[in-house]
Ligand binder design. Structure first.
Ligand SMILES: [Zn+2]
Length: 274
């Protein structure tokens, strides 16, 4: 057997190393794929579009200037009754009738609809619209009235029926416009000047009958009825302030496609006693 001299070992290792590397490089080359460029350097397969400057989408609070007051919600329409209000006496058939107020929102809920407290949405929308357009505070003096508070608050001789009990009526004035209520009426009519409304909503009529308790002819469209109470008119218990004020009644329920009519059964039963 041939013996390998120890001085030859480095030479053998050197040869093995280089032979191995050479084989590995050949193997890599065999797997390489070459793709040839089929165009000249000045030729382009497509022309990139020039970048267009695009404005960032605006957030809601950037496009719409919010009213400088919190949004009006149904909370603003809670009954104004209070056990702190004094007993009132009114003349009735040669006798005095004693009237006590209700306990207000601590004693009962708003009207209920499908198990939830409810105020006609158009009233809430109109109040917020006025606040946004005038940028002045809307003061709701009377929203929901339970039957007990309505009887307590109404003027002697005024009807016992009221859509206040259904959450379909509100009285209010706008701070800063106390003595310009006609401008507020105009804004209420402007609310409906929108392509989504038909003529029945955009065209307001004047109520020409004489069975009203105001000196200004009321206005109405299909959905609402607007009354303007001047100074000295309609001073019920909820409206003891010195300003003219506006009362809006809902005439038509757009969601249910039917007229809104007062009925005692609904007025008496549609709220929770707490
Ligand atoms: Zn009440």
């Amino acid at each position: 057997m041939m013996r390998i001299k120890s001085r030859c070992i480095p030479l053998l290792l050197y040869l093995l190393f280089f032979c191995g590397c050479e084989n590995s490089a050949d193997s890599k080359k065999s797997h390489q794929q070459v793709e040839y460029i089929e165009r000249l350097h000045h030729q382009k397969k497509w022309t990139p579009l020039a970048p267009q400057k695009k404005a960032m989408p605006r957030y809601a609070w950037e496009t719409e200037i919010p009213a400088p007051f919190p949004n009006i919600t149904k909370e603003y329409f809670r009954c104004r009754g209070s056990v702190m209000n004094p007993t009132r006496y009114i003349h009735k058939s040669h006798a005095l009738e004693r009237l006590e107020d209700c306990g207000g929102s601590t004693s009962h809920s708003l009207p209920l609809k499908n198990g939830k407290e409810f105020i006609y949405p158009i009233l809430i929308d109109l109040m917020n619209y006025l606040q946004k357009t005038t940028r002045h505070k809307v003061v709701i003096t009377s929203g929901h009235r339970c039957p007990k508070h309505h009887q307590y608050a109404r003027i002697d001789g005024q009807s016992l029926h009221s859509k206040h009990m259904l959450g379909a009526e509100t009285s209010f004035y706008v701070q800063g416009f106390e003595h310009e209520p006609e401008k507020i009426v105009e804004l209420l009519m402007n609310y409906y000047q929108n392509p989504k409304y038909t003529n029945e909503y955009t065209d307001f009529q004047r109520y020409m009958r004489d069975d009203v308790d105001v000196s200004t002819l009321p206005w109405y469209n299909k959905e609402i009825y607007i009354k303007l109470y001047l100074e000295g008119e309609g001073r019920d218990f909820d409206n003891r302030h010195p300003y003219p004020y506006i009362r809006i009644q809902v005439r038509y329920d757009r969601d249910e496609d039917k007229r809104v009519l007062f009925n005692w059964d609904l007025a008496e039963k549609n709220y929770l006693r707490l």
